[in-house]
Design a protein around this ligand. Sequence first.
Ligand code: G3P
Ligand code: CA
Length: 366
Amino acid sequence: MGVVGTLLTATTASAFADDAALRSVDPSHGTDRVVVAHRGASGYLPEHTLAAKSMAYAQGADFLEQDVVMTKDDKLVVLHDRFLDRVTDVADVFPERAREDGRYYAIDFTLEELRKLSFSEGFTVDDGKKVADYPERFPLGKSHFGLHTLSEEIEMIQGLNHSTGRDVGLYVEVKAPWFHQSEGKEVSKAVLETLKHYGYVDHDDNAIVQVFDPRGLKRIHDELQPELGMDLRLVQLMGETSWDMTFQPGTDGKLEPYSYDWMYQKGAMGRIAGYADGIGPWKPMVIEDSSTKGNIKVTELVDKAHDAGLVVMPYTFRLDEGRIPAWANDYDDMLRVFFEEAGVDGIFTDYPDRAVQWLKQNGDAL
Ligand code: G3P
Ligand code: CA
């Protein structure tokens, strides 16, 4: 079990205790819970830039998250949306390249073309003007940030692991395999091949693969990993059907919305445990939104997942105005409820420094 094993006791161990390899071997906060830097230290620097990733690394995150999509020339790039228009100047640089729906799709551009774009904080366009989604974050239009490939990010993390002696992990999300497939692209296999190339192959290697699309994740488990001789940890991200985020081919071959309803019914955790090692729920799936400061309502999800042998890694913990639930006093109180009362194994946060600090101060009691 290595160094981590010495940090655990029978009473403090979370569901990760059975599987030390899901953690960094030397957690800077000294607990068995983990902090995943959601798109990097994205509360401070534009999401998914190498700057945001290196900041998150320095802040002591256990894992850095990579959302991955494929380009027109089959390169893997680190980008949250399959669209480019929320975080880049694509509409200025390539004004003629939007699809009929007005969106600019990464899959329609070569890597060389994407390198010409400037990245920024997320924004929406209002009356022709860019308005930052989070006004308190890094200002729009300042400095220069570019896109990078999955390989470039892995090389940076492995380089930092070499130069610091730490062992920070990868937490890779394959974005919308159903979409890539409908465009004739094989994103999941390409992601696995890239991970394998960089030495992430076995269950105890420090990389986790997560997907929202259950069909896509099950295929990774049932077909792709066996075919490639791989056995990486897999996490099923949980969405709601109403989000309309995942589609599947219908009987007529046309894409239709995928229903997540089964995930909230009896036996769902056992079903997920048949092809995954953990779940990534949205925060309100763990602590009900109707909770109040005096009445925190913890759902049954964490217990059911743990009973099925799954780790639980909710998303996304933010400090920004309007992002702290009404039932919490502040960000730290929100962490306390999730770690102490709900017993989650780790969290995704845009502010890894704050979560690492909280675990340093409070982790002994978990
Ligand atoms: O993977 C956890 C979290 O990243 C899921 O939400 O939309 O930020 O990818 P999203
Ligand atoms: Ca993600």
